[in-house]
Design a binder for this molecule. Structure first.
Ligand code: TXA
Ligand code: MG
Length: 352
């Protein structure tokens, strides 16, 4: 298959690239498109064959359910059953935006899309290209992140092309995404709403709208309950976002972290290995050797979220054997950043 890459900076619902992509979706094909979080790989959520094609293109296990992207609240009502009042409150507060809600599904959504579950994950993205595509096609779009299973999520059209060129019909190139980390997932089928995946919309923001919110104990870092617990979101059970080099997070006071990373880097270089370091604008000049890449600025935590996946891919191109990273448990998005970083590291942390 030849994958067409179409520019989609023009957000007009009637642009030719949106029209062409909408036609592909309507006839059961696959389109990668930008959202404000990461690029998605879309197909018709109500078409079992389209969902099967998505799993095949990504090499994704078929028990890992897809998120359904909608452009109007009425579409949520059309695919949910027993929709709780909290759904409307959260939609009013955060949609369109980086929040996914898990609700009970009805027969409109096939089990191929939900990985066999009786619940469905739904989100209304805010990216104008994503909204235009859903509206123009009038298709509810099932879309996981548009990466090969096990690689970092794509935050640029080039990342999508690297992984999926030749496997899908169209890539809509809308430039780099804004947030850079996948949406927050909240499960509304529990008595108390539960966060299954942390994201830009954090616990405090959710609690300000619906009162008490829990975090799936299996995904809480540093919690005793994490050990051996099984995350409720199937995708959180897999090792994810793994860079080719062995990544270790170094945690502690800044001076000590830099000293230890410099020392470990020197040791690996002496062994003839290549080493990458994830630094910030504040610390980049303090590392003595190795491939130092700046993830962002400590005074702007959004910059760190924005660049994380791109940095992990860049270390793959550089072909480093080891990667060391500082810790980024920043106030607002820090939980989401550390969740992804620690997964990429296979939870390898050195405390100094
Ligand atoms: O920001 C995002 O959410 C991006 C963009 C494209 O919208 N999408 C995304 O999809 O991250 P994906 O497939 O990479 O991650 C979906 C996650 C997986 O961890 C999956 O297991 C979980 O959502 N999920 C989907 N349906 C679920 C359900 N019914 N119950 C629990 N978890 C569910
Ligand atoms: Mg994904």
């Amino acid at each position: 298959m030849i994958t067409k890459i179409l520019k989609a900076d023009e957000i007009d619902v009637n642009s030719t690239s949106i029209n062409e992509a909408a036609e592909v979706l309507k006839r059961g094909g696959l389109v990668a498109f930008p959202t404000e979080t990461v690029y998605g790989l879309g197909g018709d959520a109500t078409d079992p064959d389209a969902s099967k094609k998505i799993y095949a293109a990504k090499g994704r296990p078929s028990d890992n359910p897809l998120i359904v992207h909608i452009a109007d609240f009425s579409q949520l009502k059309a695919i949910a059953s027993n929709l709780p009042d909290t759904a409307k409150k959260l939609a009013d507060a955060f949609w369109p935006g980086p929040l996914t809600m898990v609700v009970n599904k009805n027969e409109v959504v096939p089990y191929e899309t939900t990985g066999g579950l009786d619940t469905v994950a739904v989100r209304m993205p805010s990216h104008p290209v994503a909204l235009a595509l859903i509206k123009k096609s009038n298709v509810m779009i099932a879309a996981p992140s548009a990466n090969t299973s096990g690689r970092p999520s794509p935050t640029k059209a080039e990342h999508v092309a690297e992984d999926l060129n030749g496997k899908i019909d169209i890539i809509l190139d809308g430039g780099p995404v804004e947030i850079g980390l996948e949406s927050t997932i909240i499960d509304l089928t529990e008595d108390i709403p539960m966060i299954l995946r942390p994201g830009y919309i954090n616990k405090q923001m959710l609690e300000s709208v619906v009162g008490q919110v829990r975090i799936d104990p299996a995904i809480v870092v540093d919690s005793d309950t994490t050990v051996g617990a099984k995350p409720k979101a199937p995708g959180m059970r897999y090792k994810h976002y793994a860079p080719k080099g062995e990544l270790t997070v170094v945690k502690g006071g800044q001076d000590k972290v830099i000293e230890v990373i410099n020392q470990l880097t020197a040791e690996h270089l002496a062994d003839g290995k290549r080493v990458g370091i994830i630094a910030t604008s504040q610390t980049k000049d303090l590392y003595l050797k190795g491939e130092v890449l700046v993830i962002g600025d400590r005074d702007n935590e959004e910059s760190i979220a924005h660049n994380l996946y791109d940095i992990l891919r860049r270390f793959d191109y550089l072909g480093v054997d080891y990667i060391f990273s500082e810790c980024f448990d920043t106030p607002s998005i820090g939980q989401a950043i550390m969740n992804r970083l620690l997964k990429a590291a296979g939870q390898k942390v050195i405390e100094v």
